[in-house]
Write a protein that binds this ligand. Structure first.
Ligand code: NAP
Length: 279
């Protein structure tokens, strides 16, 4: 088995490579310097020469706020770029694993979203990730689409690091308490993606660390583990300075993961503790 990991310098790409190395799985990483996914012919050449058995496609435009102001750039990477990778995988006979997001849903559900539920993204980022799903399935039948949420990893910026940084400068911080989701540690998700690459169980999956919380609950747990006394002011989304609509509820059902016999990821609190021990 040889893996190719796009977006190798990002949070998830970095940990897919780290977990592959730890497991003795051959893996090549490429970020935009080596492989700009928006360049179709270059992507086809790169994948044709690399000859991977599977491509774990972690490259993406992930700046949710910025995407609203530059939708064309976001679309070029998440839609056109993912389509390029899917076509190149199909041509090279490689499997593809596309990483998607809970932001494909509008958050109006009251029970965890199943893979059969109708997506209805609220923002540019979510819309482009959903279109990337469609092109992946259309161009590369040997593909896995894996939706995850609230990602944190050692390599890159994320909510955990932002909370720790804010708490080092202030005695109290405002954190949104009316959006609920599942934090997900890249090292845990990476292991599952590599497991998938060894199988032929193609399809649509939801994969997050187990359990649900609000951003305020998440912040509270981070501060508790860090031994910090900073106060968390629980504020509604309406008081958060953002113009980007986000789903208020994005729990993801793991039914398809269970049905395929893949292991669920550990609880988010356990993942956070392991992550923070490495900071
Ligand atoms: N972060 C989250 O909370 C979250 C939640 C749900 C799903 N996801 C999905 O999970 C996956 C991994 O997310 P992540 O947090 O690891 O993202 P990330 O840290 O932003 O990594 C993405 C990587 O892709 C690179 N990239 C951007 N444009 C590219 C291009 N044209 N060609 C090649 N590489 C390019 C980025 O480079 P630059 O940094 O230079 O732009 C970055 O290194 C993505 O598909 C994302 O949509 C993330």
């Amino acid at each position: 088995m040889k893996l190719l990991v796009t977006g190798a310098d990002g949070q998830l790409g970095h940990d897919v490579l780290a977990v592959a190395a730890a497991r003795g799985v051959r893996a090549q990483g490429a970020d935009i310097r080596e492989l700009d996914i928006t360049d179709g012919p270059a992507a086809a050449d790169f994948i044709g020469q690399s000859r991977p058995d599977a491509v774990i496609h972690c490259a993406a435009y992930t700046a949710v706020e910025r995407a609203q102001g530059e939708p064309e750039r976001c679309e070029a990477v998440n839609v056109l770029g993912s389509g390029n990778i899917a076509r190149a995988c199909a041509a090279a006979g490689a499997k593809m694993i596309y990483i998607s997001t809970d932001y494909v849903f509008n958050g109006e559900a009251r029970v965890p979203y199943d893979t059969g539920d109708e997506p209805a993204p609220l923002n540019v980022y979510g819309r482009t990730k959903l279109l990337g799903e469609h092109l992946t399935a259309q161009y590369c039948p040997r593909s896995f689409i894996v939706r995850t949420s609230w990602v944190f990893g050692l390599h890159g910026n994320n909510f955990v690091k932002n909370i720790l940084s804010a708490a080092s400068q202030k005695n109290e911080i405002d954190v949104v308490c009316d959006q609920t989701g599942s934090p997900t540690y890249t090292a845990d998700l990476a292991g599952l993606l590599i497991d998938m690459a060894f199988t032929e169980k193609y399809g649509l999956y939801h994969a997050t660390n187990e359990g649900l919380c609000s951003w305020a609950d998440f912040a509270q747990e981070i501060l508790c583990l860090a031994g910090l006394k900073t106060r968390v002011n629980r504020i509604p989304s309406s008081r958060y300075p953002s113009k980007v609509p986000r789903p208020v509820y994005s729990a993801l059902s793991k039914r398809s993961l269970d049905a395929a016999g893949f292991s669920r990821l550990p609880p988010w609190q356990d993942a956070l503790e392991r992550f923070m021990a490495l900071l």
